[in-house]
Every structure is written in structure tokens, then in C-alpha cells.
Design a protein around this ligand. Structure first.
Ligand SMILES: *Cc1c(COP(=O)(O)O)cnc(C)c1O
Length: 411
């Protein structure tokens, strides 16, 4: 597992920033034992890789229409909606901004629930669209208190409430249903970011009363980055279709809804990625949606149990912890950046840190997509080895053993 021909950790990192000498470049391009364990993008299973290389299709022809129709059928249960699901050639941020722009006009009031990096971005984007934005700032690592939302809604007339279903910066999941229930008798739309939960956890859009739910292909859907998805409630749909002038052209949901009646998109779709998405959805339904959710829950619980056993405690409490990623504090004196770099350089295991106020304090590991027991146990083994390498003695085997016990107890 030890890497050959590296020039030492500092040099390797420096080389990564630019185009390095050929030996280093070889190191970066040798992906044979590369372990991508990020909370997105996630590894792409071989079946999806094959689908991505299908010969190109006419995007206005019957073959493509059939692919789009199958995707509509297969994706609706994943969102938990009977409504249409729009596809854009975009990442999550693209459909996030589009979701806001299609319903928020300058001067509208918007309530943002911010319990992490993504919630904070919502507020920024909504301000950029000319909205007057109120923010409920929730301590990172926790979920919003529903009473606080109820209070904020009293006497206020919001166009929309913006929420991150699964905050990937902190590993917190916020149930949509209580928020939807609060907004049911109002004209306020519930707009939810399900980028890192769709396909890993139930979203239950219709039952929750969520109006716009957006997601992306490269997280639990196991595809490469490239497709943004947006699911619309009846209420959102009529609001969008009745709006006299929606700004923009490419991101105009009314146009996209119109094309979808013919199983097309207004401009050329990312055809290869659409084929990959269909394969992903077939795989999800073959495994069974509830089995997929159950697997995610088991993997996240086992990884958290293992990390806790070696003093990397979960940032969120177990009541609000996500099934699609684990965010854990790194015990002093180890810095998370040091652990992350070591995991990569020595064990070829790529996990995430934070690029915000949690920087240096946490590691974030994906349990989304095609993640198995072997992945989680290997993560723990390499983390234990890394801590040992970094001078934190005595933890070898404890994390693997705790995770293994958690897995056995639930199987
Ligand atoms: C990854 C992610 C995004 C952003 O998606 P990109 O595809 O990177 O643009 C947005 N929200 C959440 C919760 C995410 O996890």
C-alpha cells in the first residue's frame, strides 16, 4: 500500500497544485488503488461507466425519448413525488440558483434556514436575486428548532423558505415534513436542497409538502458530476407557469416543463450523463429503494460507531446525523488537514475536510452511493494506521472492531 517514487509529502502536495514532474504525475494518474471516499463526487460503478460510453443518440429521437420516459418513471419514487422531474446539464449549485431564480423576484421576502455552509450560500444567492432575506442561523452540527421557524413565519409573508435537507458541511439531516406542515395553509413555498440526500435517504417530497427539491448526479446517485435535477410540486408548477416573465432562458423551468411533455429538454441535454443516470436508477430499483436507504443507514451508523471508538466523535448528535456522510471531529493534537493528507499520500484514501469555520477540525467521509461494509471497514483501518503513523498510539483495531460489531448487530 505504501506509495513508490514520491518525493515526500510536502513536495507531493506542491506538485499537485501545478503540473508536476513526470514521476509525480504518474503517481497522480495511477488510480489502481485510489479510494474515493468523499461526500461527492462518489465512485461510479462499472455498469454506469459502460452506460456513459453508449454511442451518441439523437436527443430529439425516439430512443432518447424512451430513456427520458424511463428516467421519469424511475426517479419519481426516489424523490417521493408524482410530479415532473427536470434535468439540466449542471451541478447542484446550478439547479440551486435556478430553483431560487424561478420563484424569487426582486423585492420578495425569503426565509433561509442556515445550519451550515450550504444554508449560508442560499442567503447569499437569494440576496443576489434582489430578495429581502431573513436568516435563521442555527448552530452548526444541529438542526433547526421547528418552533423557531413557526415564530419567524408569524405575521411575515415569505415567498419561500429555503432549507438544506442534508447539510453536507456538518452531516445534519433536517426532516422536511414538519416544515412542510407549517407552510401548508400559506402561499409560502418550501424549497429544499436534497443534493446529498437524494438516493441515500427518503426525501418524501409529496408527503412532506416540499415544493421544489433539487439534487445532483454525483452524490448518492453514483454518476459523474453533470446532471442537476429539480422536482416540482403542483403548487410550484402553477406559480412558475403563471409568472408573467421568468428571467433567463436556459434555466427557465416553464420552458423545461414544456419540453418534458415530449420527453425532451429545451436545449441539448448531457446525453451521455442522462444514459448514466438511467443506469443508476435501474441499479437503485434492482436493489430496492428501501434496501438502498437501509444500507446507507447501516454504513453511516457503523462508520460513526467505529470513529467514536477511536475518539473521532460525530459532530452532530445521533438524532440528527445523516445517513449519507459522517462528519467527525479530529482529536487534538492531530489537525484534520494533517490526517487527510496522510490518508491520501500513504493509503490512497481520499476523504474531505472543511473549507469553512470547521477547517482543521473535522473530517467528512461519504457513505453515499455504492458504499459497502468493506469500504467502511477499510476507511477505519487506514484511519487507525494514520493516527498511529502520526504518533497517536494505541488505537489499532478498536474502530474496525466497533464498526464490525455494529454491522453484525444489524444484519
Ligand atoms: C454537493 C452539494 C451541493 C453543491 O453541488 P455541486 O454539484 O458541487 O454544485 C449543494 N448542496 C449540498 C447539500 C451538497 O452536498
Amino acid at each position: 500500500m505504501r506509495l513508490q517514487s514520491t518525493g515526500g509529502s510536502r513536495e507531493t502536495t506542491a506538485a499537485a497544485a501545478s503540473v508536476g514532474p513526470s514521476a509525480t504525475r504518474e503517481l497522480f494518474m495511477n488510480l489502481s488503488n485510489y479510494r474515493l471516499r468523499l461526500p461527492g463526487p462518489t465512485p461510479v460503478p462499472q455498469r454506469i461507466q459502460h452506460a456513459l460510453t453508449t454511442p451518441m443518440l439523437n436527443h430529439r429521437g425516439p430512443e432518447f425519448h424512451e430513456v427520458m420516459a424511463e428516467i421519469q418513471t424511475l426517479i419519481k419514487p426516489v424523490f417521493g413525488t408524482s410530479g415532473d422531474v427536470l434535468l439540466f446539464a449542471a451541478t447542484g449549485t446550478g439547479v440551486m440558483e435556478a430553483s431560487f431564480a424561478n420563484v424569487i423576484a426582486p423585492g420578495d421576502s425569503v426565509l433561509c434556514i442556515a445550519n451550515g455552509q450550504w444554508g449560508e450560500l442560499f442567503a447569499k444567492m437569494a440576496r443576489g436575486l434582489g430578495a429581502s432575506v431573513d436568516v435563521i442561523a442555527v448552530p452548526w452540527g444541529t438542526a433547526v428548532d421547528i418552533n423557531e421557524v413557526a415564530r419567524a413565519l408569524q405575521g411575515s409573508k415569505y415567498r419561500a423558505v429555503l432549507i438544506t435537507h442534508n447539510e453536507s458541511s456538518t452531516g445534519v439531516v433536517t426532516p422536511l415534513e414538519p416544515l412542510g406542515a407549517l407552510l401548508q395553509e400559506t402561499d409560502t413555498l418550501l424549497v429544499a436542497d436534497a443534493v446529498s440526500s437524494l438516493g441515500a435517504m427518503p426525501v418524501d417530497q409529496d408527503a412532506a409538502g416540499a415544493d421544489i427539491v433539487f439534487a445532483a448526479s454525483q452524490k448518492a446517485l453514483m454518476c459523474p458530476p453533470g446532471i442537476g435535477l429539480v422536482a416540482l410540486s403542483e403548487r410550484a408548477r402553477s406559480l412558475i407557469e403563471d409568472r408573467p416573465s421568468v428571467p433567463g432562458h436556459y434555466w427557465n423551468f416553464a420552458r423545461a416543463l414544456n419540453s418534458l411533455t415530449e420527453y425532451e429538454t429545451p436545449s441539448t441535454p448531457a446525453v451521455a450523463h442522462v444514459l448514466g443516470l438511467r443506469e443508476s436508477l435501474r441499479m437503485i430499483h434492482e436493489e430496492g429503494l428501501s434496501n438502498v436507504f437501509e444500507r446507507h443507514r447501516r454504513m453511516a451508523n457503523a462508520l460513526r460507531a467505529g470513529l467514536t471508538a477511536i475518539r473521532l466523535s460525530s459532530l452532530p448528535s445521533s438524532q440528527v446525523a445523516s445517513d449519507s456522510l459522517v462528519v467527525a471531529r479530529v482529536p487534538e493534537p492531530v489537525r484534520s488537514n494533517e490526517l487527510i493528507r496522510h490518508l491520501y499520500e500513504r493509503y490512497r484514501t481520499v476523504v474531505a475536510g472543511a473549507r469553512n469555520r470547521l477547517s482543521g477540525k473535522v473530517i467528512r467521509i461519504g457513505t453515499m452511493g455504492s458504499v459497502s461494509e468493506a469500504d467502511v471497514l477499510t476507511d477505519l483501518h487506514f484511519i487507525e494506521r494514520s493516527l498511529e503513523d502520526l504518533g497517536e498510539r494505541g488505537g489499532l483495531g478498536a474502530g474496525v472492531s466497533a464498526a464490525s460489531a455494529a454491522l453484525a448487530a444489524e444484519s
